[in-house]
Design a protein around this ligand. Structure first.
Ligand SMILES: *Cc1c(COP(=O)(O)O)cnc(C)c1O
Length: 371
């Protein structure tokens, strides 16, 4: 029997509906107490001094780049195996993204390769905790210290992940979470900037609100700013979600475990790698195929059987805009390209049932036999 198994689904319960409804009934829809409450809660959860809520992970990345004073003539070392926003935020400020290839197991930026790309123009390392697996932050932090570089930690996919006991989002000079509906926690659209620096947080608070400083009059703008504010409904949703974050992460862990078990006997398929000392926070569940298997054909076939799936990620350097602007082409980052050509994200959300997983795996096995 054909089933419909979506790629992702937000987990919205009664608590979420009540929290949003309460804001709506209060009629205080923006710049109110709920955003501040959400910021306090998430700062406490991660164990950092400051959290600044914004309207997307991308706007947060942009403000982090600006707050650190990066600009034209500067370089930032980052990964081509990520969602495009983690490199675009550099381009917004004319910072040169310097891509380096990834580790074939963790799929995160390879610190050894970062090391050789550091020049006198390098100001920042921008690692991404891909799929919720923390990057090698010890090595990266050492490199940053030795060379006087900032770290912007793109933790948009990794809320709740731990690296040798440290929370994702607590290790960079600035860090980001994003709350789009497919992330572990959602606010609809939204994100948060995390930092231990009161000064950087203050700059971000000002820039998200049209460049107003805390003491400014309404039409007084101390610096260039944006409207990157999070609204109160989104923050209410975020508070409700955060209050059951442990339960949410445990559900995702359980789904990943079921997949791991069901897929372990399947020839030609490798389940996600988790490095020693790492506690994964499951954003998506991404398998890798043996190169002999035609991934695109498998994807098409199982999609036809009602199974939501997607090729995570298309390398950033091969995006048309990056090819045109920087002259990148195939072969520039071989590990990234090989991984990108053989990965597939399977349906993954908090309420995926054993039955649905069974349906996915059974069909996958059948299709692989033919591709
Ligand atoms: C989701 C995500 C972002 C930010 O996304 P928004 O849609 O702007 O909230 C940034 N970087 C990575 C790696 C992401 O996965």
């Amino acid at each position: 029997m054909k089933m419909d198994v979506p790629l992702s689904l937000p987990d919205i319960g009664e608590r979420e509906r009540e929290a949003v409804d309460e804001v709506l009934r209060s009629r205080w829809l923006s710049m109110g107490p709920v955003v501040a409450a959400f910021e306090n809660k998430i700062a406490e959860y991660v164990g950092v001094r400051q959290a600044v809520a914004i309207n997307s992970g991308t706007s947060g990345l942009h403000l982090a780049v600006r707050a650190l004073g990066l600009g034209e003539g500067d370089e930032a070392i980052t990964t081509p195996f990520s969602f495009v926003a983690s490199a675009n935020c550099l381009l917004f400020e004319r910072v040169q993204p310097v891509f380096v290839d990834i580790d074939p197991l963790t799929l995160n930026i390879d610190p050894e390769l970062v090391k050789v790309k550091i020049t006198s123009r390098t100001r920042c390392i921008l690692p991404v905790h891909v799929f919720g697996h923390p990057a090698e932050m010890d090595e990266l932090t050492n490199l940053a210290r030795q060379n006087g570089l900032f770290i912007i930690e793109d933790a948009c996919e990794a809320l709740g992940a731990k690296y040798h006991g440290k929370q994702a989002g607590s290790m960079g000079d600035m860090a980001l979470f994003a709350f789009y509906p497919n992330k572990q926690l959602t606010t609809g659209e939204g994100g948060v900037i995390l930092t231990d620096s009161d000064q950087l947080a203050g700059l971000c608070r000002s820039m998200r609100n049209q460049g107003r400083d805390a003491g400014d009059e309404w039409y007084e703008h101390s610096r260039l700013g944006y409207n990157y504010r999070m609204d109160e409904m989104s923050a209410a949703l975020g508070c409700a979600q955060l209050s059951r974050v442990t339960e949410i992460l445990a559900k995702r862990q359980a789904v990943a475990k079921m997949y791991n078990e069901r897929l372990s006997g399947l020839d030609g398929v490798t389940v996600p790698y988790v490095a020693p000392g790492v506690e994964m926070s499951w954003f998506v569940y991404v398998i890798r195929f043996d190169p002999a298997i035609n991934r695109d054909l498998v994807m098409k076939e199982i999609a036809g059987r009602g199974i939501g799936c997607r090729a995570y990620f298309q390398p950033i350097h091969l995006q048309p805009f990056y090819r045109r602007s920087f002259g990148f082409g195939p072969g520039d980052f071989p590990v990234t390209e090989a991984v990108a050509a053989t990965t597939l994200a399977l349906p993954f959300h908090n309420h995926l049932t054993a039955e649905e997983i069974d349906y996915v795996v059974t069909n996958l096995a059948e299709v692989i036999g033919q591709c």
